[in-house]
Design a protein around this ligand. Structure first.
Ligand code: SF4
Ligand code: SF4
Length: 315
């Protein structure tokens, strides 16, 4: 092992999940590494456990079997049983994780752990045979992978050393210099465009889309392979003017792989409750039916955009 590889393997980062056999995060069978920390605050966030860069305590009361072990080990007395059931006082919790180690029912879980790039790539490499037969590889997701830039870069360099196909799912909000450095390390950028209207982008995500669009154009000019991923949230960005602007953006970037429409899914709502996050900032929406998604896709296609979604059943 060269000194450079040894150094890369020692870089530390905070992850919250490693998903093996993923088939939705790039070509073939992949392992997706979910990293903590994100500069955006999307109101419909699918992975709210990826927003904070720190570990968090997840509590699912419906799984609690009332054994009381957590009460005994918590140094902050954050757990108690009342007439309303098992209550957790997050205001005193130090997220030490002691109660999660005692909770065999997995009602309590620590979300986020520090690891090294070496340990993570070893985990990814376990499924090399599946990547080779399917054209798959490693995908970095989150959270926002560029938020922990040294860790993301180290993982991608190690993957390159191993000859793995690499993808990164990004919100695009980072210094352009970071994308310049990642360009030779990434086979496909899964680049999120959440809202084309600048004022609404700020309202829905907490940041302007200026830098995101500039990074997208710079990556395209640099020869990156890019698939636009566009979450569509009924009542927020399911507007005709947004679809028309997305199609215009795609026409402006002729080497794009295409657009993938990501229909809203309420998965993030239950996670908000389990993590004790503020539910008020959350968008109230519902999953669209197949006919609605088909209409969105048709509007984009009719305006010349290459949409990679399969046609919904019955279309
Ligand atoms: S350790 Fe887990 S199952 Fe036992 S009381 Fe605490 S939360 Fe419930
Ligand atoms: S994470 Fe630590 S401080 Fe927080 S409730 Fe569990 S044992 Fe107590």
């Amino acid at each position: 092992m060269t000194a450079q590889v040894t150094d890369l393997r020692a870089v530390t980062g905070m992850i919250f999940e490693v998903q093996r056999f993923s088939v939705h995060d790039g070509p073939g069978i992949r392992t997706t590494v979910f990293m903590k920390g994100c500069p955006l605050r999307c109101r419909w966030c699918h992975n709210p456990e990826g927003v904070s860069s720190k570990p968090e305590l997840s509590f699912t009361p419906s799984k609690c079997i009332g054994c009381g072990y957590c009460l005994r080990v918590c140094p902050r007395n954050a757990h108690r049983f009342t007439d309303h059931g098992h209550e957790l006082d997050r205001s005193v919790c130090a997220v030490c994780g002691s109660c999660t180690e005692e909770c065999y029912a997995r009602a309590l879980e620590l979300v986020g752990r520090e690891t090294t790039a070496g340990e993570t790539i070893d985990l990814v490499l376990r499924d090399r045979v599946f990547y080779e037969t399917s054209g798959g590889g490693m995908t970095l997701s989150g959270g926002e992978p560029t938020f922990q830039f040294p860790f993301a870069e180290a993982l991608l360099r190690l993957a390159r050393e191993e000859g793995l196909n690499t993808c990164i799912e990004t919100c695009g909000h980072a210094d352009q210099s970071r994308f310049d450095r990642l360009l030779p390390l990434v086979d496909t950028f899964l680049f999120d465009i959440k809202e084309t209207d600048p004022a609404r982008h700020t309202e829905f995500t907490g940041v302007s889309n200026d830098r995101i669009l500039a990074n997208l154009r710079a990556l395209h000019a640099g020869g990156a392979r890019i698939l636009l991923r566009c979450p569509v949230i009924p009542g927020y960005n399911d507007r005709d003017d947004h679809f028309d602007a997305l199609a215009a953006l795609a026409r402006d970037l002729p080497r794009l792989e295409g657009i993938e429409v990501i229909p809203y899914h309420p998965l993030g709502e239950s996670k908000i409750a389990r993590l004790g996050l503020d539910p008020d900032r959350r968008a109230a929406s519902a999953s669209p039916d197949d006919a609605t998604v088909a209409r969105w896709v048709a509007r984009l296609r009719n305006r010349g955009a290459r949409v990679v979604n399969e046609n919904p059943p019955g279309d």
